[in-house]
Design a protein around this ligand. Structure first.
Ligand code: NAG
Length: 253
């Protein structure tokens, strides 16, 4: 009894379902296929977009990787341990063969050179750090023995600009030494004390901050060099060209 009732109740429901389903199954077929082709299109475009994104990200990564390693490799190529042999006739009439060593760091983008002179063997020069800032047009000598800083206008006839100096050093890199060369002398006089360090630019600022810093003036007449007794001069020997420069920094006593 219950079964027939149930089946009797269920049957019309099923029939009703079927009747309802039939038009839904038959009619929406083209819509569903349209929908599925539409979703397939969506998937395809999604996949294409993802592939494109992946490609973009990969190329960005590759670009960054290579630009980083590229710059680090040029960074290591910007540090040079240099040695030069030169004829020195400043202390005696006899020409003496001398050796000068320095470390050179060239910053092409920032347009400056940093030179470190280690303690030389014969005391012919003070150990020093030198910055040639081509943007500011300034040179700074940090005399390490005195722990004092000296600033003067950059002399572009003595100091090669970063790109040219870099090319010179690359060219002589195969041999450690520059071809044998000569020395020129220049003499500077200590003038006023620098209090406003900011005007020196960030590179020289970082070299000279916390140190007594003075301006230098170039001495043009060099006739009386050996007569001046009321002065003490410290020499810094360096090169940023094809010759060596002996810079005497003189202060009145
Ligand atoms: C630069 O150095 C050269 C060679 O020592 C010198 O003749 C010239 O006067 C200097 N120029 C300046 C502007 O100091």
């Amino acid at each position: 009894m219950e079964k027939t009732k149930d089946s009797g109740k269920l049957l019309p429901i099923r029939e009703h379902d079927i009747e309802l389903n039939r038009p839904m199954e038959v009619q929406p077929l083209p819509v569903q296929s349209r929908r599925s082709s539409f979703s397939r299109m969506c998937y395809l475009t999604m996949i294409l977009m993802l592939l494109l994104l992946g490609l973009i990200l990969t190329s960005m990564y590759v670009y960054r990787y290579f630009s980083i390693t590229g710059s680090s490799s040029t960074y290591s190529e910007n540090l040079f341990h240099c040695g030069v042999i030169y004829q020195d006739h400043s202390y005696s009439q006899l020409k003496e063969q001398m050796e000068l060593h320095e470390d050179v760091r060239i910053y092409l983008e920032e347009d400056y050179e940093q030179i470190n002179i280690p303690m030389p063997h014969f005391g012919e020069s003070d150990p020093a750090d030198i910055i040639h800032d081509f943007q500011r047009g300034l040179t700074a000598y940090h005399d390490i023995a005195l722990d004092k800083c000296y600033v003067i206008e950059l002399n572009t006839t003595i100091v090669m600009p970063p790109q040219s100096f870099w090319e010179l050093l690359i060219n002589v890199k195969k041999g450690v030494y520059l071809p044998q060369t000569y020395i020129i002398q220049e003499e500077m006089i200590v003038t006023e004390h620098v209090t406003d360090m900011d005007q020196l630019g960030s590179f020289i600022y970082h070299l000279c901050r916390g140190k007594e810093t003075y301006r230098l003036k170039r001495r043009t007449s060099r006739r009386h060099i050996h007569r001046r007794a009321a002065e003490s001069c410290h020499h810094i020997r360096h090169f940023e060209n094809t010759f060596v420069v002996d810079t005497a920094i003189c202060q009145k006593l």
